[in-house]
Design a protein around this ligand. Structure first.
Ligand code: SF4
Length: 141
């Protein structure tokens, strides 16, 4: 079934950076998923960030239809904020985890060749919880 403009539209959209090379990028995505779990898909969905620069039609349509766009970035490179802005959309709130919840970025490459752990060992459930609360607050305010 194809999505049509105005049908089954998420009220708001989150764009998360999801950098898989650091704890910050992973946390941005996990927190966004937790926010969707808490609020429900009618209230908020996670937009396909990679679809924006290549102008995937349903992605642009859903982004146009969203009342609010929240970006969630792990670090000050602000990848999702910049991609969304360059696609021409206005962001209601930009969350940057290093700035807004005091996360310390841990690039995974630092441990390659040394004490490399499983990826989830680098992610703190407390950071995910704090980031999720900020996202929910941004959607509700
Ligand atoms: S904002 Fe930072 S953590 Fe997120 S994808 Fe970009 S470089 Fe990685």
């Amino acid at each position: 079934m194809e999505w049509k403009a105005g049908e089954n539209t998420h009220e708001n959209l989150i764009y998360a950076c999801f950098g898989g090379l650091s704890n910050t990028g992973i946390t941005a995505t996990l927190a966004s998923m937790e926010a969707v779990k808490d609020l429900g898909l009618r209230k908020v969905g996670i937009g396909c960030l990679a679809g924006l620069p290549i102008e995937v039609e349903p992605v642009l349509g859903k982004t146009n239809a969203a009342k609010k766009i929240i970006t969630v970035d792990g670090c000050p490179f602000e990848c999702s904020k910049k991609v969304v802005e360059r696609a021409g959309f206005k962001i209601a709130r930009s969350i940057v985890l290093v700035r807004d919840i005091g996360m310390k970025k841990k690039p995974f490459h630092e441990d390659i060749g040394g004490d490399l752990k499983g990826m989830m060992n680098y992610v703190s459930t407390e950071d995910v919880r704090k980031a999720k609360e900020l996202i929910i607050q941004a959607i509700r305010e």
